[in-house]
Structures are given as C-alpha cells and as structure tokens.
Ligand binder design. Sequence first.
Ligand code: XMP
Length: 550
Amino acid sequence: MEKIVILDFGSQTTALIGRRIRDLGVYSEIIPGDSDMAAVDLRGVKGLIFSGSPESVYANGAKADPSVYTCGLPLLGICYGLQRMTIDQGGEVAPLPTREFGPVPVTLTLEEASGEPPEAAAAFFAAFFAAISVPASDSLPPSLFPPTEANPDRTFTAWMSHGDTLTRLAPGFVQCGTSGSGYPAIVYHREKPWFGFQFHPEATHCEYGNALLGAFVFGVCGAQGGWSMENYLAELREEIRLKAGNKTVLLLISGGVDSSVTAALLLKSLPAEAVHLMYVDTGLMRKNETEEVEAALKKLGAKHLHIIRAEDAFLAALAGKEQPEEKRAIIGDLFITIQEREVARLGLPPDYLLAQGTLYTDLIESGKGVGNKAHVIKSHHNVASPLVAALRREGRIIEPLEKLYKDEARALGRLVSLDETIIGRHPFPGPGLAVRILGAVTKEKCAILREADALYIGELRARGLYDQIWQAFAVLLPVRSVGVAGDERRYGSVLTLRAVTSADGMTADVFPFPPEDLLEIAALITNTIHDIGRVTYDISSKPPATIEWE
Ligand code: XMP
C-alpha cells in the first residue's frame, strides 16, 4: 500500500499533517523523528515529511537518522523540519528578532530563483497550480502564477509559528517563497526532490495548505491516491481475523464512539461466539447511556454482553478526592481491578485477547507511541494501565482503530452499520462525569450534572445545533453563588456549558453559540434544575485551555 511517512519531531500539529494527507486519499503514518530508518519498513513509502517541533534546532531539538538523506525518497520539511534539513545539509538557522506567528503573507518568488526549475520543482508547481486552478503554461517560471488584478503580488496567507529562521540556505537549495518580513518561506533543492515550508500547510487557516501538501504528495512523490475507508475496512477485518485466530476476544466498552465502533468491527469480523463485550457502568455515565449502548450492541448481534453495575464501588473510591490526576488514576485502577475480577468470573480461556478502542490521537496525547517527543498532556487510562501494558508486552492487545482519527473511526462505524445515534455522539472521556464535576465527586452531584447535561444536549439536538459541534457538555463547578428564586434568596451551584468545534480534539475553537439559543437553554436549566442557580458559557479555546476542565 502506498503511504507517506511523517517523522514526528514533537509538534502539536503532527497529527494534523497525517490527517490532511489521508484526506487527500493517501495513507499516512507517523513515526518518531529520530527513528532508525534501517528498522522502518519502507515498502510502499512514497515520501517523508519532517514535522515541526516545540524545540529549537540548537536546543534539545531531535535529530533525524542521517540515512533519511540517502534513502532516495522525496523529503518535505515543515517549519522545524525545514530548519532540521537546513542544518543537516550545511546551512544556517538563527533566532528571529520577533517571532512570526499566525497569518503571515508569503509571496512566490519563482522568477527570482535562477534558471529553469529542476524536474521535481516543476512537478511540484505544476501540481500546485493545477490544484488551485491557475491555467497551466509551458513556461516555468514566472508565468504559471501570473499576477492578476485580484492578486497582483502573487501572495497567499500562510500560517506560521516560529522563533528561528533560515539565515543561509544549505548548498543546493533555492528560495522560491518569501515571508512578509523577508525570510525564506518556501525552498526546493536543485537536484534532489527535497522541499521545505517555513509555515504550516496543515493548519486550517493556511491558504492553499491542502494544495501545497498535495503538490508534494502527488506531484513530487507520485502517489496515486484512492485510499479509502472501504479498502481499509477490508484490511482491518482480515487483520483482526488473523490476529484472533480461534481465540476469544474481550472488549471493554465505555459507551463512547470509539469502543462502540470497535465492538461493531469485531462483530463484523469474528463469529459472535468469540466476542465478549464488557461494559462497566461506573455511575459516571451520561443519562440513559447504558441502555442505549446495550440496545445498539444487541442490534449488531452481540451474544456475550456483560454489563457490570459498579457505581457504588467507584463513588466510594472517589470519596473526598479532589485532584484531577488522582481521580483519573483511581478510576483507571478500579476499572482494571473490576475488569480482572469479572474476567476471572467469566472463565474466559487464559489466552484471551483484549481489544480496545484506542485512537491514533490517544496514543499521541499520552506521549506514548508515535509522539514520543510530545509532552504528556493528560494520562488516558486506556493507554497507561499496568494490565494493558502487560498484555501489550505479551502481544495480546487488539487495537483496530489505533491508526485512525476520530472522524475516520466514525466513517468506519457507518460502514459496519453501527447506529447513527452512537456514531454521531460527541466524544466522552473514559473517567466520565468525574472530570466534569470539579473537585470531590458525589452521587448527588452526578445526578445533578447528568440531568443538566441531558437537558443541554437534548436542546442542542432539538435546535439542530448538535451536529455542528465537536463536543458539548456541562461542567459542575465547586462553587456556589447567590441568586433569587421567587422571593427567596438561594445559594445555588454554578454550571458551565462547554461547546467546541474541532477536527480531532487536538486543538479546539469555541462554538459561536447563537445568543438566543444560549440564553434560552441557560434559562431552561436554571428553571428546571433546582440546585443550579447560575449558568456560564466557557469561551476558552484549546490551546491554551483543554477541552475538559480536569
Ligand atoms: P482535552 O481535555 O485533553 O481532551 O482537551 C481532548 C479529548 O480527549 C477526551 N479526553 C479523554 N478521553 N480518557 C479518554 O478516553 C481520558 O482520560 C480523557 N481526557 C480527555 C476529551 O473529552 C476530548 O474529546
């Protein structure tokens, strides 16, 4: 299978690069930036992309294996990736007096790049101009991107985030794009199929971002495209069958999209007899969640569905605990303890396999697999538990979604006939309502939040807003505030409504809530749920905030 491999140097947007390439119809994979290339399976690899990094090439910036430069594959350096390539090839990089950040104009200066561009650069620009519908021309440069009335300067708005710049190109490189402040923005190599962007084409706000990535992937790497979820599903089913053989597979269902899709996929790939689904109701679930999941899985033909009611155990373990990471650890550990106890009770064969709905982004955010340079943001318990680690060492884990992004997992769910109500559901964290009740968790608080959340989500659905939002939920704050109800003063809880748009949860923008709807929903909540005296709307994007509050 053809693919593009991304060397991850730790940028928060590395996953987005992978995402964009797949959107172009080419399979992509992310590996650590310093991977030993001799150990990487290069079959089908059409090109390598160097990601950005939060580090400087002079400080702790990771190095690439030198053989990336001799393996003969086309290379594209993005931001730090370009600086890495420049230093490695004998150029210079130095700090900028002022950081270039956010939207920055980039002007194509092709005609100033001396002589006819080499074959790879010609192919790159031909593909780029074709993608942005500029009429083709025989003569390169400068007529391919002719100045027009609308764009006399042949400039587009790129998205940048860098504190260092190229001060001397490495030998053989040519500058063909310049930033508004006069720094190199696009370079190519005269003899080799090597390119560099100082900006981030993967960022949503980068004009022509997809066209620029596509120009590299199709024009330079010669990828054919056509990668689709249907093909991938067929491969996954085969892989699952091979890996499972005659063994029993146990899947822990959380009620969220990911594990439900995994369940549907297992049921489509293996005999129903071999698939055990276990759902632990922690008491930290959304309203009616258990019943909905149960119904959807039965519809898919699940034969062994084990629902464990463990609310009391979870609430007892969480009593008085206020620290977010402690709460997460308690929930994760108890989850595993209960699972082990229940698995023993089920009497599954000792060589059973454990399936999980881990996504690509879970691995990246936990600082485990691919993003070993990315900082650990939150511990996702499905990745970090000791039991999972032990089973992983023994090769007894099946994670069919581990290469997929959230919306790809949803697309897969549709292909395996999972109920739309489950597929369309907003993501829900493993620790559930416990990370949405700030501070200590109690049964009463869970009940209040569950009602408020259900009311909020019900209204979003009724108003046609739900599907415009990546994730919406209510958060119960550990503060009380004064209000009046009738003639009485009351000292009620404060509830915050959160609604964000996002492509994959790695970054998120505040959903621009229609003000009328927001006011009506807030009023409905305070009128219906006695304990809540005040409602606020969270207007923080990610970064700097995270989506969840804890
Ligand atoms: P944050 O809050 O880190 O969340 O911006 C990013 C996405 O991940 C979800 N999330 C979790 N999912 N276990 C999970 O399975 C967790 O511990 C966890 N913490 C956050 C969050 O809901 C959002 O979709």
